[in-house]
Design a protein around this ligand. Structure first.
Ligand code: CP
Length: 289
């Protein structure tokens, strides 16, 4: 079956997940992003790449970083940006997601940036626009449930490449609530596709997916053992909004075993970098220092 985010020619037409995305496409995105890093320092901050295009931000779930940076990016690429206020939109009156999308397509939307609490919502929209012959409309997943957060994954890959250059000699540890983390899933797919030889996941059994090894990672339940010799440590937030039932004795107990402190960090390589997708809970998964 064809990857739903690629067209018949193999070009990226939607960005839904890093899973199954060819390494060449990921590298092309990272390479394309390089000259834009310094755009904020230029006198002329805008480029006309998306002039005349309309980007609709549909955030059905809270966001600070992703929604804001998509708006900034689209404006710097000269697109018209429409931020739908979901709380007062017609979806709150019972309109279906696809009816909302059809209405916005009729207003000449070219791109939907979608965050949704339900895994698969951006796929549903992409399949709908494909099926209804609106090939000019593109969908970008800005985080769906616990499934995928591909743009966060790309940003994390970009950051790691910036500091470490080559993925093929790295040990990367992802620590914490992997079970509920779309960020972890996307980063694991990206890292393994780009040839990272050792990706570790570290956490208590209750916060790691069953059969997580099938994603190509090593499992550690002891954090000190897991971070030893790492080049990159990625800390995850406890995603209590997605937890069902008691998966932890207490946040204090969690911090004692899995919180990143200077002492635990000293076990990683001396030039190790520490990353966190945010929002960050100081004193829960990471020491405030
Ligand atoms: N990293 C991230 O997705 O943050 P937001 O939830 O603030 O967008």
């Amino acid at each position: 079956m064809r990857n739903p985010q690629l067209n018949a020619a193999g070009d990226l037409t939607h960005l839904l997940t890093l899973e199954g995305l060819p390494a060449e496409i990921i590298v092309r995105v990272l390479d394309t992003a390089v000259p834009f890093v310094s755009i904020a320092e230029r006198d002329v901050k805008k480029v006309p790449l998306l002039r005349g295009r309309s980007v609709f931000n549909l955030f059905f779930e809270g966001s600070t970083r992703t929604r804001t940076t998509f708006e900034i990016a689209a404006k710097r690429l000269s697109a018209d940006v429409i931020n739908l206020n979901i709380g007062v939109s017609s979806t709150s009156k019972g309109e279906t997601l696809l009816d909302t999308v059809d209405n916005l397509v009729a207003m000449n939307a070219d791109m939907f940036v979608v965050r949704h609490a339900q895994s698969g919502a951006p796929h549903l929209i992409a399949a709908h626009v494909n099926r209804t012959g609106r090939a000019h409309v593109h969908v970008v997943n800005a985080g769906d449930g616990r499934h995928a957060h591909p743009t966060q994954g790309l940003l994390d890959l970009f950051t790691i490449r910036h500091y470490k250059q080559d993925f093929r000699n790295l040990t990367v540890a992802i620590v914490g609530d992997v079970l509920h983390s779309r960020v972890a899933r996307s980063l694991i797919h990206g890292l393994t596709t780009l040839g990272t030889p050792e990706v570790r996941v570290i956490g208590p059994k209750t916060l790691l997916p069953t059969a997580v090894q099938s994603l190509g990672v090593r499992v550690h339940h002891d954090m000190r053992e897991g971070v030893r010799g790492c080049d990159v440590i990625v800390m995850l937030r406890l995603q209590s909004e997605r937890m069902r039932g008691a998966v932890l004795p207490s946040t204090g107990e969690y911090y004692k075993h899995y919180g990143l402190t200077a002492e635990k960090l000293s076990l990683a390589k001396p030039d190790a970098i520490v990353m966190h997708p945010g929002p960050m809970n100081r004193g829960v998964e990471i020491d405030s220092a």
